[in-house]
Write a new protein. Structure first.
Length: 279
């Protein structure tokens, strides 16, 4: 009985790279290289253990003012991280480079790899970080909030007609998202299905394909969504996109759509309100 329980715990603390982790003590020192994970660290009540973050980690804004920056999500300053002597570094397969993670593994005891591709993938993410850092109660609360939001989204989706949407993340070149990304899966929860209907694979550029405005699949698009990140689309871009797409365009908060972790439930409710307002 005890052996089985122990094995179950080990499986729970397995990250997206298949690496098993053991519970850390209260002296854990965390560096987060992912903005949404930085926010999650605080929402798990672990802010006092965060010793480093990227310049893109901006939430919670006030709490992060005194936390050292270690570069960006791609251009990580390895020597700065070495100086901070973390016990754990939080990374993501989409947002951080493999070579960076490999270099960190040479001097950081625990690299926790994440790769949520759907809102539901946040549930094991909460369990993983809650289990590693002793924040099980906070992780369970976040999981309950997300399950409630997913149920609300399913109920709303049943009342609305599906729409095919083009979700823009970049300009020059114009870029969108594949169907097997977290963004596409989040939009699908409220009945917005991204086109083109392609899958990009586990990692790599195909997950965020470039396109041109003559692509035949654009005929299926009902609406274009312009994300405020990573490209900073603003209201002034709407007329250009509507002219190119010959479809209505809408500016959307990229953090609410693409940030996983503790933002997931809030993001789903934000999208639900947006869709209700357009019904």
């Amino acid at each position: 009985m005890h052996a089985r329980t122990s094995q179950d715990a080990l499986r729970t603390l397995t990250d997206a790279a298949g690496q098993r982790h053991v519970p850390a003590g209260p002296d854990a020192r965390i560096v987060s290289l992912v903005p949404s994970l930085t926010e999650l660290v605080f929402d798990l009540g672990l802010g006092d253990r965060l010793v480093g973050r990227t310049g893109f980690c901006v939430h919670p804004r006030e709490a992060l003012r005194g936390v050292p920056k270690v570069g960006g999500t791609k251009d990580v300053k390895l020597e700065r991280i070495r100086e901070l002597a973390p016990t754990h570094v939080l990374v993501n397969m989409d947002e951080n480079r493999r070579e960076t993670v490999d270099a960190l593994a040479a001097f950081v005891p625990d690299i926790v790899v994440t790769h949520p591709n759907t809102p539901q993938d946040n549930l094991p993410l909460f369990a993983l970080l809650g289990g590693v850092f002793g924040a099980e109660a906070a992780a369970a609360r976040l999981a309950d909030e997300l399950r409630a939001a997913l149920a609300e989204a399913a109920a709303l989706r049943a009342t609305l007609a599906d729409e095919r949407v083009l979700y823009l993340i970049w300009r020059e070149p114009w870029m969108t998202v594949a169907r097997d990304t977290y963004i596409a899966a989040t939009l699908a929860e409220v009945g917005w299905y991204t086109v083109p209907a392609v899958e990009g694979g586990e990692t790599g550029a195909a997950r965020y394909p470039a396109f041109d405005w003559e692509a035949p699949w654009l005929a299926d698009v009902a609406r274009v969504l312009l994300s405020t990140e990573p490209y900073r689309f603003r209201a002034e871009h709407l007329p250009e996109v509507e002219s190119l797409a010959r479809r209505p365009a809408l500016l959307v908060d990229g953090e609410m759509v693409s940030w996983y972790g503790s933002r997931a439930a809030r993001g789903l409710r934000w999208l639900m309100a947006l869709r209700r307002g357009m019904a």
